[in-house]
Structures are given as C-alpha cells and as structure tokens.
Design a protein around this ligand. Structure first.
Ligand SMILES: NC(=O)c1ccc[n+]([C@@H]2O[C@H](COP(=O)([O-])OP(=O)(O)OC[C@H]3O[C@@H](n4cnc5c(N)ncnc54)[C@H](O)[C@@H]3O)[C@@H](O)[C@H]2O)c1
Length: 364
C-alpha cells in the first residue's frame, strides 16, 4: 500500500492523503471512522458502480459502525449537469443530511466531479472523500479538487475548487472496468509521461502485456507514479493559474472533438487525438523534433489510442468549439505545446489556420 501526501498551503484547503492499494476498503472504513469527517456519510454513486460495488462498499463501512446511506443517479456524462446536482441536494435534504454530514464519491470522474461540486455548495460546504473507481478518476479527476458540471454549450463550465479530505484508490475496482474505459484512463497516463516523465512512456511500452492483463502490481506502480505527478503539479498551482495548465495538454482539441462528436468519441480517445494534434503542432511550429513527434505518436498508438481524427467530424465545427473553449483568453487560443517530452509550455497564440491545417491533415 502506498500513501502520497498532497501538501497545500491555502487556508481553506488542508493537505490530504492519497491512499493507493489493492483491497483497501478496510482502510477506508478505518480512516473514516478515525477522522470523523462526518457524523453521517452519504455515498454518491452512479447506477453502474452502485450495482457492481455499492453494496459491498456500504457493507464494509457499515461493519465499522459508520452510518452510510447511498444515493445514485444514472451513469454517464449526460447526468453531469446542474439538474442532477439539484436532485442530489434535494435527496440529501429529504434524508436528513445536515452540516455535520459528509459525502463519499464512489465512481468515475462524473461521480467525483459532481459529488465534489455538491459537497462544496450543499449548506455552503460539507466535507467529502474521493473513492475513484475508473482508471481515469484514479490517476486524474479524483485528485486536485476540481469539481464541476457541463452546461449545454460547454463541458465543465460550472464548478468550484474544493479539495477532498482524502482519496482512496483501490485498484480492485479496475477489475470490472470495461476495456474502453480502461483505455480512457491510459490516455491521461500517457499525458503524464509526455508532459512530465518520459521514462513513464518507456515503462508503458515495455509493460503492454502487463497492461493487457491488468496486472495489479504493474497498475499500482503506474497509478502511483501518475498520482505523484498530478499531486506535484496541484501543490504548486492549486487553482490552475499557471503550471497546472500543462495538465490540459491534449485537452484543447480533445474537448472540441469530444463535443463535436456529440460524445460518441470518449474522453480518453478525444484527449489522445488532442495530444496527437498538440504534438504535430509543436513540430510544425519547430519547437519539437520530428523524431520526438513520431515517438509520441507511436506510444499513443501502442496504447490502443487514436492519433487520427475521424473524417466525418467537421473541421469548422471543431474550430468553432475550440474558439469558445474556456482556455481562450482575449482573442488568442492557448495551447499546451512541447519542446521535448517532459518539457511542455503554454503558447498563447497558435495561428488558427495552422490548427485548421493540422486537423485536416490528421483526417487524411
Ligand atoms: N476534475 C478533474 O480534474 C477531471 C479531470 C479529468 C476528467 N474529468 C472528468 O471526468 C469525467 C470522465 O470520467 P470517467 O472516464 O471516469 O467517466 P465516468 O465517471 O462516466 O465513468 C465511465 C463509465 O464507467 C463506469 N464505471 C465506473 N467505475 C467502474 C468500475 N469500477 N467498473 C465498471 N464500470 C465502472 C461508469 O458507470 C461509467 O459508465 C468527465 O466528465 C471529465 O470531464 C475531471
């Protein structure tokens, strides 16, 4: 079992631990009961996770004498909106939640982002813990306290920064994760390798078999390294004013592609396409060598992720979404580009025409 501390200095965000291991629900129960973050807990989960893991988690926590209720909503990104948040808040009120209650986010990024948002605004803020169950949530969304929901015109447009009291990553949950969701998480791990730890890319390549078999020991190593990278960035820049923006590598085009496909393309696939676009743009702008570009694109492909954009997607549609994206400041679009693997930087003015050409070329 691993324990990684997220050190935060701001008065409103205390430091917290990320616990990583296999079958660590007992530890979750122990730590919840020791810390008394809530007199009662409400476990927020989605319909899939509830069916697969909800009762078992509730039982383990109950056996420790914790008072735990379960609230669920339909699985999927379509649920990640303010209406679901209001329904969750209504249900909390109906079931007698008060300021001494705390939430447990049991699920993927949708559950985590939305539970965090509800926790940050319900009765002006109650504590919550993250129990991420997808690979993506374990290495990314579960850490760092970015909460939020989508609005019809844009993803994650409404949200807060609200750090959890702790994060419990039980690799056991990954055993039931569908292959497509697993590959989604891999995209974020590849991202960490590209922006921060090029050795991680090599380890992913040499561990392809272990990944295919979901070897728990290998996953523990990869997940722990990813969490360390994310927490290191969050510690320096908790509210994404500078360094944390590098975590958006691949997300500028990624979010636009995801939305343009009406979410038929998954988040991880879209981020992979976005990472490929940012890599190609970096080379076209002469920041990155063509060897590094080819190597990065090859890692993306080896992980079973796409480095091309489906021809059916409308380039102008992608571009107009890109311009509306929240990373736009003034009239310039911010891109995270690369000088080398491990050396990202924010470029405030990538010409739109070059982005257009790159997207077109990626469709060829
Ligand atoms: N807050 C952040 O910093 C941050 C970072 C990255 C992504 N996100 C957000 O995260 C969301 C994507 O997260 P996600 O990919 O986890 O999606 P998700 O939460 O929708 O989960 C994907 C699917 O897997 C199912 N699932 C979850 N755990 C499972 C398990 N153990 N076994 C079987 N099925 C399981 C879910 O029910 C769902 O159907 C997006 O909304 C994205 O915007 C947030």
């Amino acid at each position: 079992m691993n324990r990684i501390k997220v050190h935060l200095e701001r008065k409103f965000s205390a430091s917290y631990d990320i616990h990583i291991g296999r079958n660590i629900l007992d530890r979750l129960a122990l730590i919840l009961s020791k810390n008394s973050w809530g007199s009662r807990y409400f476990m927020v989960t989605d319909s899939h996770v509830s069916r697969l893991h909800g009762d078992r988690v509730a039982r383990v926590l109950g056996e420790m004498g914790l008072d735990v209720g379960k609230i669920e909503f339909p699985a999927g990104e379509a649920s990640k909106n303010i209406h679901t948040c209001v329904s969750l808040a209504e249900e909390l009120v109906e079931r007698g939640a008060d300021r001494t209650s705390a939430l447990i986010a049991l699920g993927g990024g949708v559950v985590g982002d939305m539970t965090g948002l509800v926790a940050s605004i319900f009765m002006r803020g109650i504590p919550y813990v993250q129990v991420p169950t997808t690979l993506l949530a374990q290495v990314d969304s579960g850490i760092g306290g970015k909460t939020g929901v989508d609005i019809p015109s844009a993803k994650n447009m409404v949200g807060t920064f609200c750090q959890p009291k702790a994060v419990f990553i039980d690799l056991y949950f990954l055993e039931t994760l569908p292959p497509r969701e697993f590959v989604n998480g891999l995209a974020e791990i590849v991202k960490y390798g590209i922006i921060e730890d090029p050795d991680l890319l090599e380890d992913l390549l040499s561990g392809i078999e272990a990944l295919r078999e979901r070897d728990m020991k290998f996953l523990e190593m990869i997940v722990s390294r990813s969490c360390r990278i994310k927490k290191g960035i969050v510690e320096i820049d908790e509210t994404e004013r500078g360094l944390r923006r590098i975590l958006n590598f691949g997300h500028t085009v990624g979010h636009a592609v995801e939305a343009e496909s009406s979410f038929a393309i998954s988040h991880g696939e879209a981020v992979a396409m976005g990472m490929a676009a940012a890599t190609i743009l970096s080379e076209r702008l002469k920041y990155l060598s063509s060897e590094d570009r080819d190597h990065i694109l090859s890692v993306i492909r080896h992980m079973g992720l796409p480095d091309r954009i489906p021809a059916v997607l409308d380039t102008e549609g992608i571009l107009s979404r890109l311009k509306r994206d929240k990373k736009k400041e003034g009239e310039s679009i911010h891109f995270v580009l690369l000088k080398k693997p491990g050396m990202p930087f924010v470029n405030g003015g990538v010409p739109l025409e070059l982005v257009r050409e790159t997207i077109e070329a990626m469709k060829a």
